[in-house]
Design a binder for this molecule. Structure first.
Ligand SMILES: [Zn+2]
Length: 228
């Protein structure tokens, strides 16, 4: 299931609980619903980010009007627009075009670099993703796997969910016999603040289908992923 769907259903759920005591007609409620759905599709609201950044600067005791900071809100807004651009895209669309192929062995793209934003601290985490699958009669262009990782990363994320999301998409869109996603990354929220441990690597994995049920298949893909 895509994150877009999760976000959409959560916001509908919030709306439902809010509307219990609401006297508006069915019709206007559905109008609000479709307006909310439309907002989810809207591009990033840069003026709102700029205002928020100015507020943060002043809240920490800075003078948001001084020379060095004048363009900072606009710069941060453009940066967030770029780093969160995946929120308005459906990464699974890259897996729509497949090719029939009798190849019945593992396909693995290793060391796909990415940068994502930890949703708990809004600090980046950076690393590589390894994406593999066992085809079920159809394969996808190899670069598409990198595209999926890139767009799933360009949202407020936690590494665990990012790993599962990519595996889900492979399974659902390609109908794979097995899917394996391993992500290794360094979280700047751990390196720069809190426990301040730099150089630590967080590894998450999501194994599906035959990679979960067959010890031999799991060993094979993990040894391919870990080969250096
Ligand atoms: Zn964090």
């Amino acid at each position: 299931m895509s994150l877009d769907l999760m976000t959409a259903s959560e916001s509908v759920a919030e709306f439902d609980s809010y509307s219990i005591n609401d006297s508006r007609s069915e019709e206007s409620q559905s109008a609000v619903r479709s307006k909310q759905a439309a907002q989810l599709q809207q591009p990033v609201n840069k003026p709102a980010i700029e205002a928020a950044v100015r507020t943060i600067l002043e809240a920490v005791g800075e003078d948001a009007g001084r020379d060095g900071l004048l363009d900072t809100p606009a710069r941060v807004a453009r940066m967030y627009e770029e780093m969160f651009s995946g929120l308005h895209l459906d990464p699974a669309r890259h897996l729509e075009t497949t090719f029939p192929e009798d190849y019945d062995e593992i396909v693995l793209v290793r060391d796909i670099p990415f940068t994502s934003m930890c949703e708990h601290h809004l600090l980046p985490f950076t690393g590589v993703a390894h994406v593999g699958y066992l085809p079920n009669g159809r394969v996808v262009g190899l670069s598409k796997l990198a595209r999926v990782v890139e767009e799933v990363a360009q949202r407020p994320q936690v590494q665990e969910r990012m790993t599962q999301t990519v595996a889900d998409m492979l399974e659902e869109k390609l109908g794979t016999k097995g899917a394996a996603v391993v992500i290794e990354s360094e979280h700047s929220c751990m390196a720069l603040r809190g426990v301040r441990k730099s150089g630590t690597l967080t590894v998450t994995s999501s194994l599906r289908g035959i990679f979960r049920t067959s010890q031999a298949s799991r060993t094979e893909i993990l040894s391919l992923i870990n080969r250096r």
